[in-house]
Design a protein. Sequence first.
Length: 230
Amino acid sequence: MKCPHCSISFHENWQDNEITRDGKRSVWRIRLAACPTCKKDILELGKIKVPTKVVKGDSALEAFANLMPELEWRQVFPLTSSRGPAPKEVPQHIAKDYTEACGVLPISPKAAAALARRCLQAILHGQGYKDRDLAKEIDLVLNENDPSKGLPLSLRDMIDGVRNFGNFSAHPITDRTSLQVIDVEPHEAEWCLEIVEEMFQHFYVQPAVRAERKAALNAKLQAAGKPLTK
Ligand SMILES: [Zn+2]
Protein backbone atom coordinates (compact mmCIF):
# COMPACT_ATOMS: atom_id res chain seq x y z
CA MET A 1 0.00 0.00 0.00
CA LYS A 2 0.95 3.63 -0.46
CA CYS A 3 1.30 5.69 2.71
CA PRO A 4 -1.34 8.47 2.67
CA HIS A 5 1.03 10.71 4.64
CA CYS A 6 4.28 10.47 2.66
CA SER A 7 3.15 8.55 -0.51
CA ILE A 8 5.92 5.95 -0.11
CA SER A 9 4.86 2.33 -0.69
CA PHE A 10 5.23 -0.23 2.06
CA HIS A 11 4.16 -3.76 2.85
CA GLU A 12 0.75 -3.78 4.58
CA ASN A 13 1.30 -4.39 8.29
CA TRP A 14 -2.25 -4.12 9.61
CA GLN A 15 -3.11 -4.97 13.17
CA ASP A 16 -6.77 -5.75 13.36
CA ASN A 17 -8.93 -5.30 16.49
CA GLU A 18 -12.55 -6.01 17.24
CA ILE A 19 -14.77 -3.28 18.59
CA THR A 20 -17.04 -4.64 21.31
CA ARG A 21 -20.09 -3.17 22.98
CA ASP A 22 -20.97 -4.34 26.48
CA GLY A 23 -18.54 -7.19 25.98
CA LYS A 24 -20.31 -8.35 22.82
CA ARG A 25 -18.98 -8.36 19.32
CA SER A 26 -20.17 -5.64 16.99
CA VAL A 27 -20.06 -5.45 13.21
CA TRP A 28 -17.22 -2.96 13.53
CA ARG A 29 -13.47 -3.49 13.52
CA ILE A 30 -10.57 -1.12 13.52
CA ARG A 31 -7.13 -1.74 12.06
CA LEU A 32 -3.91 0.14 12.38
CA ALA A 33 -0.80 0.22 10.20
CA ALA A 34 2.35 2.20 10.76
CA CYS A 35 4.39 3.60 7.89
CA PRO A 36 8.02 2.42 8.23
CA THR A 37 9.24 5.58 6.46
CA CYS A 38 7.44 8.49 8.12
CA LYS A 39 6.39 6.47 11.21
CA LYS A 40 2.87 7.85 11.04
CA ASP A 41 -0.26 5.79 11.74
CA ILE A 42 -2.98 4.89 9.27
CA LEU A 43 -6.35 3.82 10.68
CA GLU A 44 -9.14 2.03 8.87
CA LEU A 45 -12.61 1.33 10.15
CA GLY A 46 -14.11 -1.96 9.01
CA LYS A 47 -17.68 -3.09 8.83
CA ILE A 48 -18.70 -6.71 8.51
CA LYS A 49 -20.92 -7.12 5.51
CA VAL A 50 -23.83 -9.06 6.99
CA PRO A 51 -26.59 -10.20 4.65
CA THR A 52 -29.81 -8.83 6.21
CA LYS A 53 -31.45 -12.24 6.53
CA VAL A 54 -28.60 -13.44 8.80
CA VAL A 55 -28.99 -10.63 11.36
CA LYS A 56 -31.46 -12.02 13.84
CA GLY A 57 -29.90 -11.40 17.21
CA ASP A 58 -26.40 -11.70 18.53
CA SER A 59 -25.92 -15.43 18.19
CA ALA A 60 -26.53 -15.47 14.44
CA LEU A 61 -24.28 -12.44 14.09
CA GLU A 62 -21.56 -14.13 16.09
CA ALA A 63 -21.85 -17.32 14.09
CA PHE A 64 -21.54 -15.30 10.93
CA ALA A 65 -18.61 -13.30 12.26
CA ASN A 66 -16.78 -16.53 13.08
CA LEU A 67 -16.89 -17.62 9.44
CA MET A 68 -14.13 -15.23 8.32
CA PRO A 69 -16.54 -12.42 7.49
CA GLU A 70 -16.13 -10.19 4.51
CA LEU A 71 -15.20 -6.73 5.65
CA GLU A 72 -15.53 -3.37 4.04
CA TRP A 73 -12.65 -1.12 5.12
CA ARG A 74 -12.57 2.64 4.98
CA GLN A 75 -9.66 4.89 5.84
CA VAL A 76 -10.54 7.17 8.75
CA PHE A 77 -7.10 8.58 9.52
CA PRO A 78 -5.68 10.54 7.89
CA LEU A 79 -8.65 11.91 5.97
CA THR A 80 -6.49 12.59 2.94
CA SER A 81 -5.41 10.53 0.00
CA SER A 82 -1.87 9.71 -1.14
CA ARG A 83 -3.03 10.20 -4.72
CA GLY A 84 -2.27 13.15 -6.90
CA PRO A 85 -1.41 15.71 -8.02
CA ALA A 86 -2.03 15.15 -11.73
CA PRO A 87 1.04 15.37 -13.99
CA LYS A 88 1.60 18.87 -15.38
CA GLU A 89 0.85 17.71 -18.95
CA VAL A 90 -2.82 16.98 -18.11
CA PRO A 91 -5.31 19.66 -19.28
CA GLN A 92 -6.35 21.82 -16.37
CA HIS A 93 -10.09 21.07 -16.31
CA ILE A 94 -9.36 17.33 -16.11
CA ALA A 95 -6.60 17.77 -13.51
CA LYS A 96 -9.03 19.75 -11.37
CA ASP A 97 -11.66 16.98 -11.32
CA TYR A 98 -8.95 14.41 -10.61
CA THR A 99 -7.55 16.37 -7.65
CA GLU A 100 -11.03 16.78 -6.23
CA ALA A 101 -11.76 13.05 -6.67
CA CYS A 102 -8.56 12.19 -4.75
CA GLY A 103 -9.50 14.64 -2.01
CA VAL A 104 -12.98 13.21 -1.39
CA LEU A 105 -12.00 9.55 -1.81
CA PRO A 106 -11.63 8.74 1.92
CA ILE A 107 -14.90 10.52 2.75
CA SER A 108 -17.09 9.59 -0.18
CA PRO A 109 -16.04 6.85 -2.60
CA LYS A 110 -19.27 7.48 -4.54
CA ALA A 111 -18.42 11.14 -5.11
CA ALA A 112 -14.82 10.20 -5.98
CA ALA A 113 -16.04 7.62 -8.49
CA ALA A 114 -18.41 10.15 -10.07
CA LEU A 115 -15.58 12.65 -10.52
CA ALA A 116 -13.23 9.93 -11.80
CA ARG A 117 -15.83 8.89 -14.37
CA ARG A 118 -16.10 12.51 -15.51
CA CYS A 119 -12.28 12.54 -15.92
CA LEU A 120 -12.44 9.35 -18.00
CA GLN A 121 -15.09 10.87 -20.19
CA ALA A 122 -13.22 14.16 -20.61
CA ILE A 123 -10.03 12.30 -21.59
CA LEU A 124 -11.90 10.23 -24.19
CA HIS A 125 -13.66 13.31 -25.59
CA GLY A 126 -10.31 15.07 -25.84
CA GLN A 127 -9.03 12.16 -27.93
CA GLY A 128 -12.04 12.35 -30.26
CA TYR A 129 -14.03 9.43 -28.83
CA LYS A 130 -17.49 10.87 -28.42
CA ASP A 131 -20.76 8.98 -28.46
CA ARG A 132 -24.10 8.71 -26.64
CA ASP A 133 -22.68 7.56 -23.30
CA LEU A 134 -19.45 6.48 -21.65
CA ALA A 135 -19.95 2.76 -22.34
CA LYS A 136 -20.24 3.53 -26.08
CA GLU A 137 -17.18 5.78 -25.90
CA ILE A 138 -15.23 2.96 -24.27
CA ASP A 139 -16.29 0.74 -27.21
CA LEU A 140 -14.92 3.37 -29.60
CA VAL A 141 -11.50 3.52 -27.96
CA LEU A 142 -11.28 -0.28 -27.62
CA ASN A 143 -12.21 -0.74 -31.30
CA GLU A 144 -9.76 1.89 -32.55
CA ASN A 145 -8.52 0.81 -36.00
CA ASP A 146 -5.58 3.18 -36.23
CA PRO A 147 -2.61 1.16 -34.91
CA SER A 148 -0.75 4.34 -33.96
CA LYS A 149 -3.59 5.12 -31.55
CA GLY A 150 -3.86 1.60 -30.11
CA LEU A 151 -3.86 1.28 -26.33
CA PRO A 152 -1.36 -0.88 -24.46
CA LEU A 153 -2.90 -4.22 -23.47
CA SER A 154 -2.90 -3.50 -19.73
CA LEU A 155 -4.77 -0.23 -20.22
CA ARG A 156 -7.25 -1.90 -22.60
CA ASP A 157 -8.08 -4.48 -19.94
CA MET A 158 -8.51 -1.80 -17.29
CA ILE A 159 -10.78 0.36 -19.42
CA ASP A 160 -12.78 -2.66 -20.50
CA GLY A 161 -13.32 -3.52 -16.82
CA VAL A 162 -14.88 -0.11 -16.10
CA ARG A 163 -18.08 -1.34 -17.64
CA ASN A 164 -18.38 -4.08 -15.05
CA PHE A 165 -18.57 -1.70 -12.10
CA GLY A 166 -21.59 -2.00 -9.83
CA ASN A 167 -24.53 -0.19 -11.35
CA PHE A 168 -22.52 1.30 -14.12
CA SER A 169 -24.29 -0.44 -16.98
CA ALA A 170 -27.72 0.44 -15.58
CA HIS A 171 -26.86 4.14 -15.55
CA PRO A 172 -25.74 5.49 -18.93
CA ILE A 173 -23.01 8.04 -18.25
CA THR A 174 -23.58 11.00 -20.53
CA ASP A 175 -22.41 14.63 -20.40
CA ARG A 176 -25.47 15.34 -18.33
CA THR A 177 -25.23 12.40 -15.93
CA SER A 178 -21.48 11.94 -15.47
CA LEU A 179 -21.59 13.45 -12.00
CA GLN A 180 -24.56 11.36 -10.96
CA VAL A 181 -23.78 9.56 -7.74
CA ILE A 182 -24.30 5.82 -8.06
CA ASP A 183 -23.47 3.04 -5.63
CA VAL A 184 -19.89 1.85 -5.74
CA GLU A 185 -17.67 -0.19 -3.49
CA PRO A 186 -14.74 1.82 -2.02
CA HIS A 187 -12.24 -0.18 -4.11
CA GLU A 188 -14.15 0.60 -7.30
CA ALA A 189 -13.57 4.31 -6.81
CA GLU A 190 -9.86 3.69 -6.25
CA TRP A 191 -9.69 1.49 -9.28
CA CYS A 192 -11.40 4.14 -11.38
CA LEU A 193 -8.74 6.64 -10.26
CA GLU A 194 -5.99 4.16 -11.12
CA ILE A 195 -7.36 3.91 -14.65
CA VAL A 196 -7.46 7.70 -14.91
CA GLU A 197 -3.80 7.81 -13.78
CA GLU A 198 -2.82 5.22 -16.43
CA MET A 199 -4.66 7.25 -19.05
CA PHE A 200 -2.84 10.40 -17.96
CA GLN A 201 0.43 8.58 -18.63
CA HIS A 202 -0.64 7.19 -21.98
CA PHE A 203 -2.42 10.21 -23.46
CA TYR A 204 -0.50 13.15 -21.98
CA VAL A 205 2.79 12.30 -20.27
CA GLN A 206 4.31 9.80 -22.70
CA PRO A 207 3.56 11.85 -25.86
CA ALA A 208 5.15 14.88 -24.15
CA VAL A 209 8.26 12.84 -23.25
CA ARG A 210 8.50 11.55 -26.85
CA ALA A 211 8.14 15.06 -28.26
CA GLU A 212 10.86 16.32 -25.92
CA ARG A 213 13.26 13.50 -26.94
CA LYS A 214 12.59 14.16 -30.62
CA ALA A 215 13.27 17.87 -30.20
CA ALA A 216 16.55 17.08 -28.41
CA LEU A 217 17.57 14.64 -31.14
CA ASN A 218 16.70 17.11 -33.89
CA ALA A 219 18.72 19.81 -32.16
CA LYS A 220 21.76 17.50 -32.27
CA LEU A 221 21.12 16.52 -35.92
CA GLN A 222 20.76 20.15 -36.88
CA ALA A 223 24.00 21.05 -35.14
CA ALA A 224 25.72 18.24 -37.06
CA GLY A 225 24.19 19.48 -40.34
CA LYS A 226 22.20 16.23 -40.84
CA PRO A 227 18.55 15.78 -41.97
CA LEU A 228 16.00 15.95 -39.13
CA THR A 229 13.69 13.10 -38.05
CA LYS A 230 9.99 13.45 -38.74
ZN1 LIG B 1 4.59 7.44 5.40
